[in-house]
Design a protein around this ligand. Structure first.
Ligand SMILES: [Zn+2]
Length: 66
């Protein structure tokens, strides 16, 4: 019975580790993906898509602060 518990604990730990690794890899992939706004050059059909990126703002409108 003790051996079984150890195996279960090991399996649970292993599953957590792999899940953590998957989550970590997804986070890395997400960071590497450019945002749609960035792909459009923060501008689409004369509409400013800068949002919170004030440096990229082309319309000069103040960003609505939350
Ligand atoms: Zn703007």
């Amino acid at each position: 019975m003790k051996a079984n518990a150890s195996i279960q604990l090991y399996n649970r730990y292993k599953n957590n580790e792999s899940a953590l690794e998957v989550a970590r890899q997804k986070l890395v992939e997400r960071k590497q993906l450019p945002s749609p706004s960035r792909l459009c050059g923060y501008q689409y059909e004369n509409v400013c898509l800068a949002g919170h990126f004030l440096q990229k703002c082309t319309c000069g409108k103040p960003v609505i602060a939350e």
